[in-house]
Design a protein around this ligand. Structure first.
Ligand code: ADP
Ligand code: MG
Length: 236
């Protein structure tokens, strides 16, 4: 299992909070501290409105905290230009969403290739890398299929392949099994666990307690407050 042999931080939050100005102002994320290391598999669970998307958007550099410091791989994300943040986001973070976000008229391979369009990867190399990562997620027999010809679980595998192809340091998944039945959910979770065992750092946001229980660590968010159970103790 990945885990203890790594202690390189990927995400470090110190007193990171987010208040939406309003009016009325909403303190969606109360100032919090946590650290996620390379090779961690962390689930973040909370009910609707608890602040999951707020947290995900900050981790994913889609939004900025209103207080505190967020280091991504030791880089102070509050101290760099918007252009540098956008570059970090595209190079270091792979996003996986509930609704897959695949282009309907493009094959599995083309959907993955599109993720490399702005990374100056030559066309031939794009194809080679796309096919390799689709093999890695178990879709070697589906390279030419369109999303409409794929099951929900296969579409999510294409989306995971697309997220991985740029070689990110962090895979950030927002309700990755939200549209899947329980059997398919299981297979996507197995895929994520396998990637984690190969060393990928994974953060899964979910409102599903079964999915949450699959993480090595589970952080609970409620009304913008984070808690983490370690052994039988609640810390923070
Ligand atoms: P979740 O993803 O867990 O459902 P959110 O992070 O979307 O929760 O929302 C947390 C809280 O912040 C909620 O009370 C929500 O209404 C509020 N909120 C979210 N986005 C905004 C925004 N852009 N402006 C004001 N309030 C917001
Ligand atoms: Mg949300």
């Amino acid at each position: 299992m990945a885990g203890p042999q790594y202690d390189r931080p990927v995400i470090e939050f110190s007193t990171v909070g987010r208040t939406y100005p309003g009016p009325p102002a909403v303190e969606a994320l109360h100032p919090c501290d946590f650290r996620i290391n390379e090779g961690d598999f962390v689930t973040i669970v909370g009910p609707s409105g608890s602040g999951k998307s707020t947290l995900l958007n900050i981790i994913g550099l889609l939004d900025s905290p209103s207080s505190g410091t967020y280091l991504l791989e030791k880089i102070d994300t509050g101290a760099i230009s918007e252009a540098r943040r956008a570059a970090l986001r595209s190079e270091r973070i792979g996003f996986v969403f509930q609704s897959f976000h695949l282009l309907a008229h493009r094959s599995a391979t083309e959907n993955v290739e599109l993720a490399m369009l702005y990374q100056r990867v030559p066309r031939r190399e794009r194809r080679i890398r796309a096919e390799a990562v689709l093999r890695r997620v178990g879709l070697e027999h589906r390279l030419r299929s369109l999303p409409t010809q794929l099951s929900g679980g296969e579409c999510q595998r294409v989306a995971i392949a697309r997220a991985l192809v740029g070689n990110p340091s962090l895979l950030l998944c927002d309700e990755p099994t939200g549209n899947l039945d329980s059997k398919t959910t299981e297979s996507v979770l197995e895929l994520l666990k396998g990637l984690n065992e190969e060393g990928m750092t994974i953060v899964v946001i979910t409102h599903d307690s079964y999915v949450a229980a699959q993480g090595q660590r589970t952080i609970t968010i409620r009304d913008g407050f984070l808690t983490e159970q370690v052994g039988n103790q609640v810390v923070r």
